[in-house]
Ligand binder design. Sequence first.
Ligand SMILES: Nc1ncnc2c1ncn2[C@@H]1O[C@H](C[S@+](CC[C@H]([NH3+])C(=O)[O-])CC(=O)[O-])[C@@H](O)[C@H]1O
Ligand SMILES: O=C(O)C(=O)Cc1ccccc1
Length: 235
Amino acid sequence: MIDKVFNKTISKQFEFDEEVASVFDDMLERSVPFYKQMQKLSISFANNFLKDNSYVYDLGCSTASTLIELSKNSSFKLNLVGIDNSNAMLDHASKKANAFGVNIKLLNDDIFNVELKNASVVFSNYTLQFIRPINREKLVKKIYDSLEVGGVFIFSEKLVSQDSFLNKQFIDEYYSFKKAQGYSEFEIAQKREALENVLIPYTEEENKKMIKDAGFKHCETLFRWVNFATFIAIK
Ligand SMILES: Nc1ncnc2c1ncn2[C@@H]1O[C@H](C[S@+](CC[C@H]([NH3+])C(=O)[O-])CC(=O)[O-])[C@@H](O)[C@H]1O
Ligand SMILES: O=C(O)C(=O)Cc1ccccc1
């Protein structure tokens, strides 16, 4: 279904409710530049760290796209666990996983409440940005603790630039992208307002510092387009 969530006047903050969940795959593909390519890269790198019976977690799995794609594109028999605290998202995830015949354990809970262990790969694409900064560091430490030595955390984030002049250009470039994807100025402005104080982006450097501070051995940027990036961090 086509995303028209912000085509009407909205007065509440952004929420992952049924209205968003029902159009979410379209929303993400039209709102995140190179979403599919970044997902492909994440999966291809994840496969380098997997073997039969490995545990893979996706924190903020939404409609489970990443785990479903991984399952379709991996030669291993994997234990796939998707975690999300939106009922609506997990309803869609469960229907999609069934339709594709993929076995995923879907947990409807806050990432902070779920026990994560023996992970070979943890994914979290465009989700840390929704975690309050005071808790974000703690979550990354939890992810680090859940990984086996040699395991990886693969995550994607919207970014800001520390330079306000360049940051303004990043925003302009991103808005041109959204217009080219068919969103109107009204929809773009409304979503921006709804995401204010909900989506809190870090700079690339802040993300890497957070990863290093949690104890990870190394972190690389796998892909970056203006203000969107995918990282891989190894324990
Ligand atoms: N504390 C939390 N606990 C659990 N889930 C949460 C929490 N906070 C937010 N979420 C969930 O994190 C997801 C973020 S979307 C991820 C896209 C997906 N990774 C994808 O690649 O398709 C990104 C976006 O919309 O920009 C939503 O489904 C929330 O319900
Ligand atoms: O669409 C936007 O304006 C964004 O900032 C990125 C985004 C994409 C999907 C959900 C939430 C935020």
